[in-house]
Design a protein around this ligand. Structure first.
Ligand SMILES: *[C@@H]1O[C@H](CO)[C@@H](O)[C@H](O)[C@H]1NC(C)=O
Ligand SMILES: *[C@@H]1O[C@H](CO)[C@@H](O)[C@H](O)[C@H]1NC(C)=O
Ligand SMILES: *[C@@H]1O[C@H](CO)[C@@H](O)[C@H](O)[C@H]1NC(C)=O
Length: 291
């Protein structure tokens, strides 16, 4: 198998326990096909997800999870467990829970950063995770949620804070090659390259795709990465509505990843290009390119 030459260390930054489902094909392939180490930062504690929780009450000691007060006490624990279940399928190695309050849905990122989260604390934690989470080697790649004005403000804010952290680490003159390459995964199906005019850190220059229709292996007749998507969604039972949404409104044949111009490094661009080409090639079983 052609490899990019070393074991990839990847850091994924999501806002809520379940956002990782959006990237499940790519993450599964990274760990299962490329032996990558994938660690995950989850910024909020997910306590705001109570609207979706009613159908799962009987699974969780008949706690009345549709009641906001009760749910806010119990969902942080329940949703962490669900994320660990999903992460087991995806092969996640380490988790960093930042436990910011998941107050409510708000598309306005400024509101999220001023009224809900502690922005400076998150950047400080991200700096720490990026520089020490994988020991001396650091991370090669960081996957964040692509900022979008249509998105949940928490999603966009998590991506922007991760980008801001990279910018600050660079300003501190950290060794450029120790900084991870940053790409953004889109939660929506996009036909054009995304434009997020509110923050220039979010500017992108190239798109890469991971196809969920790819089969997991040449010998399997039916199983493709859509099966992995179903598996991980099924782990988040307290988020019943999410499962329906991921399989309907957000259903898609491919996952779209965008390269941020912030990376500003030819060698890094070549690495990402090679990575996605390898993933494409190794799933092209017909051409005899088997594992
Ligand atoms: C997989 O990666 C680990 C380090 O994360 C390494 O120790 C191991 O040798 C690798 N295995 C293969 C088959 O490359
Ligand atoms: C929710 O639970 C709290 C705490 O048990 C209780 O005081 C409140 O009345 C409940 N609210 C509803 C709408 O049932
Ligand atoms: C990219 O890096 C070059 C120098 O390496 C610098 O002159 C340029 O301003 C940078 N561009 C961006 C968008 O950061």
């Amino acid at each position: 198998m052609v490899m990019i030459g070393f074991t990839l260390a990847v850091l994924v930054v999501i806002a809520h326990p379940d956002d990782e489902t959006l990237f499940s094909g790519f993450l599964h392939a990274l760990t299962h096909k490329l032996n990558a180490s994938v660690d995950l930062v989850c910024i909020t504690n997910g306590e705001g997800g109570f609207q979706h929780s009613a159908p799962s009450e009987s699974l969780y000691g008949s706690l009345q999870l549709s009641n906001e007060t009760i749910a806010r006490q119990h969902l942080p624990r329940i949703r962490k467990q669900e994320l660990l279940g999903s992460g087991k399928i995806l092969g996640i190695r380490k988790y960093f829970f930042y436990d910011q309050i998941d107050l409510k849905y708000d598309r306005d990122v400024e509101n999220v950063l001023s009224k809900q989260w502690n922005k400076e604390l998150i950047i400080q934690l991200l700096e720490q995770t990026i520089t020490t989470g994988n020991g001396q080697q650091g991370y090669n790649l960081m996957l964040v949620m692509l900022p979008s004005v249509q998105s949940h403000g928490h999603h966009t804010a998590s991506g922007l804070l991760a980008l801001e952290t990279i910018k600050r680490l660079r300003d501190k003159q950290l060794d450029e090659m120790k900084l991870p390459i940053v790409i953004g995964g889109s939660e929506f199906v996009l036909s054009d390259r995304p434009i997020y005019s509110l923050n220039s850190l979010a500017e992108t220059s190239a798109e890469f795709r991971f196809y969920r229709k790819w089969k997991l292996s040449s010998s399997s007749e039916i199983s493709d990465y859509q099966m992995i998507v179903l598996w991980v969604c099924g782990e988040h039972k307290s988020q019943g509505g999410l499962i329906a949404e991921t399989l309907t409104l957000l259903a898609r044949d491919n996952e779209q990843y965008f390269y941020f111009t912030l990376n500003n490094n030819t060698q890094k661009f070549r690495m990402i290009n090679t990575l996605f080409k390898q993933l494409t090639d190794m799933h092209d079983y017909d051409s005899g390119n088997m594992l």
